[in-house]
Write a protein that binds this ligand. Sequence first.
Ligand SMILES: C[S@@+](CC[C@H](N)C(=O)[O-])C[C@H]1O[C@@H](n2cnc3c(N)ncnc32)[C@H](O)[C@@H]1O
Length: 284
Amino acid sequence: MVHVCRVDTYLTTRIEIAGIGSRLENMDTRLLRDQYGDSGNLSSRVALHARFSTNPKGWADWLFEQFDLRGATRILELGCGPGGLWGGRIQTLPSGCQLVLSDASPGMVSEARSVLGEERVDFQVIDAQAIPWADGSFDRVIANHMLYHISDLSRALAEIARVLTADGVFYAATNGKTHMHELHDIIRESVPSLHELSSSFTLENGGDLLRSHFGEIAVHRYDDDLIVSSAQALSAYVRSMGSLMDATEAQFREIDQTIADMVAREGRIAISKDSGLFVSTRLA
Ligand SMILES: C[S@@+](CC[C@H](N)C(=O)[O-])C[C@H]1O[C@@H](n2cnc3c(N)ncnc32)[C@H](O)[C@@H]1O
């Protein structure tokens, strides 16, 4: 049985959130407050990819082609952000299928709900490290570009495996370690200590991390790059990055200048991407 707690319960107070997510550590709470309190930072990054990606298909369309939702009755998305994956797609779900969209940030959940409406969707504020449902509650679990933010990843993966049905499938999207490395090289000229936040769960190490909790694991890569011709759009992306939460205004200005000089000189900046999806089944 699915335990449904309405999001309003949690929106009233942050202390309540800390109650559910007692495992949230200092970095997690800071990230959720400063980076993901609302969708502003994420939207700057999504906008750059939407405008300058070379693959016309688009990430969300590609991702949906990888999902096999036939016969699914209960789907849980963790770290759904403002629900960008689902615009125009909820009606394509199998009839009778229940979708739960969740995130540890109340602001994100609230935005997802106002964008998508409540028909066929339950919205929940949930820490992926403590999923409040019984074993075997979902036949699909989705984690799109969010596992690398979790401090106790092993705990979250154990939770996901626990709430999956025996024949359930877990979809986990992430980046490879060279994803956007040309941009990171530019940033490191001004911020040498840059540490990419996504490095804890990548396309390279993700298989090993999943193996302790899941059975068959396949990885699919999305072929795409960025050709950016707007210095302003790339600078906005840089200012939105969670890994630069401690950068100073002087450092941002220096990066802005480097980007502006490169675009003025070459007309564009080529940035390679490496994103993909792990498809995992439960351990037998
Ligand atoms: C990079 S965003 C991705 C959002 C969305 N999946 C997408 O791809 O557009 C990461 C999301 O994970 C959420 N998040 C971070 N830590 C979390 C946790 N422990 N449990 C659940 N969600 C978390 C953030 O609030 C944020 O919305």
